[in-house]
Design a protein around this ligand. Structure first.
Ligand SMILES: [Zn+2]
Length: 263
């Protein structure tokens, strides 16, 4: 499966599967020729995408330390000498790091600026990369289309605060996440919000995409804000649906996440 490629006025993106259900992605800056891999699940598909595009790898931007996001770093670094950028809090667990970043930092890919957003929860040091001019968000395992990452190292409160930061991004931001989980996410979300029209529309779209064998991402943040139950834990309908009407959003989020873990 390889498509989901987009071109904005400022950047080109190439998306492809790695491992079983991880996404690899390349971001290319035509102005400078720079190309970044966002995460490095596996070297071979990234090499194949570089060959197919004719782009030269200059940077590797890592979201978090899990092996299915970092396993390809050493081979890619050896072959291309690319700069490896990783979250400061997890750099000791990530190979071949050249530069570390944290909340509020800017990293550039050629002429393209990316703002670093700290999103602890799935892991404690996780960061996301937001390219404001290219209108791209690379959310690692923090936010998925109609889902979110498991809260492994942090707390539900931390994860909810991280998701609120992402929810503040513009509606026309394209969301690229670390995994193709959307079909299962939609089936779960419908158990909480069966009457949400935006979710039902997304469910129809995902059904068509799965049938056609095409990726379900990117999606747009505006769509996620309306349809993704994990971004909607402060909506009274969601609280009521999980029996927590009037309770704090972080508590509602925790309950929705707990149900998804058991889904
Ligand atoms: Zn992960």
């Amino acid at each position: 499966m390889e498509s989901g490629n987009i071109s904005s006025s400022t950047a080109q993106v190439r998306l492809f599967l790695c491992l079983k259900d991880n996404y690899g992605v390349l971001v290319h800056d035509p102005a400078s020729g720079a190309t970044a891999a966002i995460d490095a699940p596996e070297a071979a598909p990234i090499e194949a995408a570089l060959t197919a595009s004719g782009w030269k790898l200059s940077d590797i931007l890592i979201t978090h330390h899990h092996y299915d996001h970092t396993g390809g770093i050493r081979d890619l670094k050896q072959r291309h000498g690319a700069r490896v950028v990783a979250p400061r809090g997890e750099a000791s667990k990530i190979p071949a790091v050249d530069e570390t970043v944290g909340e509020g930092d800017t990293v550039t890919v050629g002429t393209l600026p990316a703002l670093v957003i700290a999103t602890p929860g799935h892991t404690l040091g996780q960061v996301n990369y937001h390219f404001p001019t290219a209108k791209l968000l690379f959310a690692g395992d923090t936010l998925f289309s109609i889902g979110c990452g498991r809260v492994i190292e942090g707390t539900p409160e931390m994860m909810w605060q991280a998701l609120l930061k992402l929810r503040a991004l513009p509606d026309d931001t394209a969301l690229y996440c670390g995994h193709e989980y959307t079909d299962a996410n939609v089936r779960f979300a419908l158990t909480i919000e069966p009457d949400n029209p935006a979710l039902k529309a997304r469910a129809d779209e995902v059904r068509r995409q799965v049938a056609a064998g095409t990726p379900t991402i990117p999606s747009l943040m505006g769509e996620e804000k309306r349809a993704n139950v994990f971004l909607r834990a402060d909506d009274p309908t969601v609280a009521a649906a999980v029996g927590l009407a009037g309770k704090p959003a972080a508590q509602v989020f925790a309950e929705v996440r707990r149900r998804k873990n058991n889904f």
